[in-house]
Design a binder for this molecule. Sequence first.
Ligand SMILES: NC(=O)c1ccc[n+]([C@@H]2O[C@H](COP(=O)([O-])OP(=O)(O)OC[C@H]3O[C@@H](n4cnc5c(N)ncnc54)[C@H](O)[C@@H]3O)[C@@H](O)[C@H]2O)c1
Length: 249
Amino acid sequence: MSSSRTNTDFNNQVAVITGGSSGLGLAISKALLDCGAYVAILDLQICSELENHPHVLFQSIDITQEEKLREIINVVWRKFERIDILINSAGITGITNLKSHETSSENIRKVFDVNFMGCYLASKHVLPFMLKNNYGRILHIASIAGKEGNAGMLAYSSSKAAVIGMTKVQGKEYAETGVTINALAPAVVQTHMVDMMPPEQVRYMTDKIPMKRCGTLEEIANLALYIVSSKNSFTTGFTFDLSGGRATY
Ligand SMILES: NC(=O)c1ccc[n+]([C@@H]2O[C@H](COP(=O)([O-])OP(=O)(O)OC[C@H]3O[C@@H](n4cnc5c(N)ncnc54)[C@H](O)[C@@H]3O)[C@@H](O)[C@H]2O)c1
């Protein structure tokens, strides 16, 4: 990841990033830190790379636990007295490579709990603080699976479609407040999450990318930083594409 970022927009801004210890969330956290932001990472696991960074506040949490999540967001607010950015990157695929009749309702509920409820709960509890400051940028990390529907990934694709639906609702609800809410729908980026999936399921997804390659963490961070910057001031409720040409809408 380049450390030559100079976007002064983020200097002293405060970002809450769920799932910031790995993959996309970690790449975005590092990019924001390079630009002078303070980053509160809310994750199940500690990221050793950023653990001792002076601008990082690490909070160990399962984001599906609403009361603890609310408390932690209050801790962040009390420490910094501002929350400019929320990025919801925590997510799981659940069990994949199964047809709908082979899935379990337990797995569907678990994936919805993390992917949809996690985004909902974090935004619900951060929004009041953003509204106080008449400014905020929320980014939900959705997926191309939510737009297109990946066969074999019922729980994941449907939960991400729900996140895209919520983004449209929230964009309209807060359109006049200075708070924008957008989503990002990447195709495949090689991370721990993808490493854990059955190879045939990963092949199914990568074969559909017209550019015939995966996205990179650098590309994720570049677009994410634009979305959560003050420059992105007339776009809300929108799902940005990052799929190498797979989604053209
Ligand atoms: N990697 C891809 O190809 C890809 C493509 C499209 C969308 N996405 C989305 O991007 C986001 C990040 O994925 P990634 O590839 O970086 O995965 P990752 O596994 O590398 O990182 C996910 C992080 O979320 C954390 N997490 C999971 N469940 C949690 C919970 N209940 N509470 C708190 N933290 C939790 C994990 O500990 C981990 O640090 C996910 O929402 C994923 O669906 C990824």
